[in-house]
Structures are given as C-alpha cells and as structure tokens.
Design a protein around this ligand. Structure first.
Ligand SMILES: Cc1ncc(COP(=O)(O)O)c(C=O)c1O
Length: 410
C-alpha cells in the first residue's frame, strides 16, 4: 500500500464552488447543512460537496500508482507531440501481459469506446444486442444508434449470465455482451458458460466479454485464452478500475485482427493522450499493483459484508469493487436519504428496484457509509427527499452520467 496516497476528496476549485453555494444558502436561511449539500449537488454532473463519501461509480479511491503519477508528470514536456511510438510500446507490453500477440490488441482511451464501436459494428436493425439484466447499460444505449433490438435476459440464481436463455432469446443475435464480473452484481460468469455461448451462438454473431473488473476477482477466469483459440470473441480490459486511471483514460480491446479491424475505422485509430499511454505502461511494470490492490479491496469489501450480515441484510456475493445490497424498500428513497448525508451511492436498476449498488471505497469511507446507512434505514421508511434528479442548468440535460459514461436520456 506504500506506493499509494489517498486521492484528495476535494480540490481548491470545488472548495470555492461550495463556499459560494454555502454563502448563497445562508442568505436564503437554509439551515440544514446536510440537506443543503444534497440539494445543491448537481448529480448529473457528479460534482460532490467537500467531505462527501463518493462510492457511486466503481472508481478506485487509490487513484494511479506512484509509478504512473511520475510517468505522467515526466511526459508533460513532450505534450506538444503525438508520440505514436508510445502507443506501440503499450500495445506490446499489454499484449505480453495478457499472453497474446500485439496484433491482437487495440488501445483506446478507456474501454467505453471499443464497447460502443463493437455494438455499432456487429448489431443492426436485423442483428440484435443481447445482454444481462441487471447488467451494465452502456451497450444497450449504443444499440439505440445501431437500431438493434435489445434482448435483456435475467441472471441465473447464481447471478451468472443465463447462456441458454440468451441464446433462445435471440436467434438473430449480432452481439452477446457478457460482463464478468457483472456490473452491478460483481459476480462472475463461468468460463465454461462463455465456451458454451461461443459454441452455440448464431453464425456471424460475436461475443463481447467485458472484463473491466476481473483483476479484483480471478484473473484465471479470463476469456482471453479463447481469443488465442481463434474464436469470435472480443475481450475488453480497462485501466479505469484496479489501476485507478478512470480520469486518465486507457483501455484495450483484445481479439483476432480481423475483428479489431472492424472497430478501427470507427475511431479507434486516433491518437491517444500520451499521459494515458505512459501511465498505463508504468502501471503494467508495477509487479505488485494488482495483488496488493485486490487484497485491499477484498479486505474492505468482506469487512463490509460482515457488518451487513450482522445487521441482517442480504447482498450479491460480489468478487469485485462493488456489490448490490437489498434495502427491502424503494432504492430511490434510500439513495436520496444517503445523499442528504453526503454519502453518494450508485444508481437504480429497474429490474431490481429495492437494490442499491455500493462501490467499495476506503475503509474510512465504508465506515461512514455503514453509520449513515444504519441511520437512514432506521428513519427512512416514511421519508422521501424530493431532490432534483438533474439540474435544469446542466449543459448535459439531454443525458446522464453513470460510471463516468454519458448516456442519452430515454
Ligand atoms: C462493466 C464496465 N465496462 C466498461 C466501463 C467503462 O469504463 P472505461 O471507459 O472507464 O474503461 C465501465 C465503467 O464503469 C464498466 O462498469
């Protein structure tokens, strides 16, 4: 843990912003500070008041490792140049780290782009998009642009993707999206299930396996070996999660070169920020980063689970840095009541309306979460906080941010 320093919870700019907000509030004699903070927050823009516990977007509170921070600082003088070779270097070292050839790797500014490009490349109004429910919604929103039908299939009782049901629901499938560990449940879909999907899927379709959170779970569960076997499969990886680089932006698509080519013309060939390239390369050189951070996350998550169990709550058996917690009452009510205490948790999945998605923060953040959650659950049965879901002044009022992605409104 020594190489990490905690991310500052607020910046000078946000301090000034919230100072102004607080002054304005006192003018209007709004005395209830926690409620003020929650009401003032522009939740669509995800600006949070100082002192907030932000466990809403599956981010890593540790941020980039020290090697990555130094690499970013050192490359700044070269910021006037494209430095294409840095992308080549990262492609090579990333390929080596996952045991494939460089031609099987395409680097992007995060994994959202290759996810979107895959849906755009492989789904059409006659080739549908198949996903889990609850599942990560990003591809579903991309399918709106391709015009594809979306088939949302409930998870199995073990919270895995229900492969037979996914196959049955879409003989016309263009793309099967398998997120493992699944966002929002944090649960894995077995390798054997992905093999079954590949064996039985309709001709011409592809399987997109999103491994954004796999480092927190079991790297042996990866589907990358199936790429080496030449299968119709694209695997996504990101530096946003265990590597703590969500704001720096780097990710990769791993696949056969002919599949990757289908993504490149849609934008994958553009230059990468050199800060992202060097930060990712430096992170890969850090031998202990993944095991150390996995241990930190597992320890804090399991301690939170122990507390939840002791309080009689049920939750998904997550192996990732987030989990779903059954509040046994409308999730919105609890989300708003927690926000009023400056504890910001994840959004609602309509398929599970009483569940909250909680990201695993630092131990101190989870301690605050526990205290606030206990208080809210004691009091919230009849409480409803009528907070605005978006600001009318938001420049993004036609979309909303979820896990850092701007989604169009339905
Ligand atoms: C499952 C999953 N895939 C992809 C992403 C996109 O992440 P990024 O674009 O930062 O790599 C996220 C973000 O939270 C996610 O949860």
């Amino acid at each position: 843990m020594s190489q990490n320093t905690m991310l500052r919870s607020d910046s000078r700019r946000s301090f000034l912003k919230w100072s102004v907000a607080a002054a304005a509030a006192s003018t209007f004699r709004i005395m209830n500070e926690p409620l003020l903070a929650a009401a003032a927050v522009d939740r669509d823009m995800q600006h949070f008041p100082p002192g907030s516990v932000v466990i809403n977007a599956n981010e890593n509170p540790l941020g980039p490792c020290d090697l990555a921070r130094k690499a970013v600082a050192d490359i700044i003088p070269d910021g006037g140049r494209y430095c294409w070779w840095l992308k080549e270097e990262l492609t090579k070292s990333f390929a080596e780290s996952v045991g494939v050839k460089p031609e099987n790797v395409a680097i992007f500014p995060g994994s959202s782009e290759p996810l979107h490009f895959s849906v755009m490349a492989f789904t059409t109004p006659t080739r549908s998009y198949v996903t889990a429910d609850p599942g990560y919604e990003s591809g579903m929103h991309s399918a709106k642009f391709s015009g594809a039908r979306v088939a949302k299939i409930a998870l199995t009782k073990d919270y895995a993707h229900d492969i037979p049901a996914m196959l049955a629901a879409a003989p016309d499938a263009g793309l099967f999206y398998v997120c493992t560990p699944n966002n929002p449940t944090g649960t894995l879909t077995p390798h054997s299930a992905i093999e079954e999907l590949l064996a039985k899927k309709p001709k011409g379709s592809i399987v997109l396996v999103d491994e954004a959170y796999i480092h927190f779970a079991d790297l042996n569960a990866t589907a990358i070996d199936l790429i080496k076997a030449g299968q119709d499969l694209i695997v996504l990886r990101t530096f946003s999660k265990i590597y703590g680089m969500a704001g720096i932006r780097c990710g990769a698509a791993i696949a056969r070169p002919d599949l990757l080519e289908k993504l490149i013309p849609q934008g994958g060939g553009s230059a990468m920020p050199i800060t992202a390239l060097v930060a990712a390369s430096a992170s890969l050189k850090h031998e202990h980063l993944v095991p150390e951070r996995k241990l930190i996350n597992t320890t804090i998550r399991e301690k939170t689970f122990d507390w939840l169990r002791s309080q009689g709550y049920s939750f998904t058996p997550s192996q990732a840095n987030f989990f779903m917690l059954d509040a046994k009452r409308p999730a919105k009510q609890v989300i708003d009541a927690l926000a009023a205490q400056k504890v910001f948790i994840g959004r609602i999945w309509p398929a599970w309306p009483t569940h909250l998605r909680i990201s695993v923060g630092t131990q101190a953040e989870m301690d605050t979460f526990q205290t606030s959650f206990a208080a809210v659950m004691k009091n919230s049965a009849s409480v409803s906080y009528a907070l605005p879901s978006r600001s009318e002044n938001s420049p993004h009022r036609d979309g909303f941010l979820a896990d850092g992605i701007m989604f169009p409104r339905a």
